[in-house]
Design a protein around this ligand. Sequence first.
Ligand code: UDP
Length: 484
Amino acid sequence: MEKAPPHVVIFPFPLLGHINSMLRLADLLCLAGIHVTFLNTDHAHHRFLRSNPNLLAGRPGLLFRKISDGLQVDESRRPARFTDLFFSLRSVTKPLLRAMLAGSGGRPGSDDTVTCIVVDGLLTFAIDVADELGIPIFIFRTASPCSFWTFFCGPALAAGGEFPFEEDNMDRPIRGVPGMEAFLRRRDLPSFFRVNQLSDVHVQRILTATKDTTRASCLILNTFEDIDGPILSHIRAHCPTTYAIGPLHAHLQSRLTESNDSPPTDFTPSSISFLTEDRSCMTWLDSQPHKSVLYISFGSIAAATGDQLLEFWHGVVNSQTRFLWVMRPDVVDGMGQIPAELREATDERGRLVGWAPQVDVLAHTAVSGFLTHSGWNSTLESVSAGVPMICWPFFADQHINSRFVEEVWKVGLDMKDRCDRRTVEMMIRELMEGKREELVKSTARIADLAKRSVSQGGSSYMSFEKLLEDIRSINSGPHPDGGK
Ligand code: UDP
């Protein structure tokens, strides 16, 4: 009897940026004929279904399942409560995951055995479960490789006395991250390093998860060799089997175009959200002059204070630029009165939306720049579209991403740790006028490299082929535990 296709269980951390990139991987695997069970926490699953009622349609081979995150339905899942979320995932979800994988792997009534698990790099407790059940496990670290590598070097930074530090001289160079000696400063380290105690629970959690990665069979990263080659070499010294298969949104698009002869019915590339997408901004963009609009978005989590938001708003308005701004309902912690001149200027040359189709917006010919919080997905999406950035990192890997954007890839300007209207205005003028030529040149070059990497024969394309080959060879070999 012919063997069933491989069956991969994918389990992301329940945040939009993580789910988005892991869903793109799921879609890529399904396109290659692999069965995928995509496991969301019940909270994330319900939020998605509310804003993406068609999420489940048109994805042959992909099955969505849910699992409890252990918190009460009405408990907050905001970053301030992440410690509780991590704790409950480990204590409540881990045994549920074990039971699910020991059964049908989340596909009730199916005889699909689980070939391997792809789990988020923050959920490394799943390694224990996989080891116990004898199922190969791949870690997908959805954040930037440069942040992953600094976490890897965290213990060495501590041993060398470079961390922890007081936040008095944030421009002091950091020398203990190989490959970054020439440009890394304290302020560029991922925000978890901004603590004055080595025992801080958040930094310890991320350092431990990073170290745990070496216990998994393989590592998957959303990047491509041309921008991250040197960092990938360092990472591969510790995680020899590292697949660099990004930018995933572009990779998926490229494979979909390639499979155009036989597209899966109703298949739409996945970018899903917790909020309903407002596509009316695309019509608004159609009516704007070529390369005239600054796109502004702080991703799905970042929230500014009311004062910060007003400083941004004044700076944007004073720059006289046209703008499209994603104002999520929760993007601001407490907002006072909005001055009439800001409202008037916004009506004149701006557009506010609750959630935008970001990949399409960045590809629109009217868009000329991106004021971003430097989330890793947003960074890759901007780079792929050839749109230069102004970076205002908020937390996590964003602080180091913005340093790479300015210093290494030279595709934008880093505005970290500053938020006053004069700086905002000055940065926008530099992006749109003063430094435009050089930024556009390097951004176009990197966009071209990104495109090549995901096209047939490109580095990410070939790395994904190798990933497929490895998954298929697990499926065709005897299962380590004799038949699960
Ligand atoms: N995004 C979107 N519409 C918006 C804002 C964001 O589709 O209005 C998507 C964006 O394309 C990206 C994701 O949300 O894929 C945000 O991920 P990122 O890693 O940039 O930031 P995070 O939300 O994790 O902080």
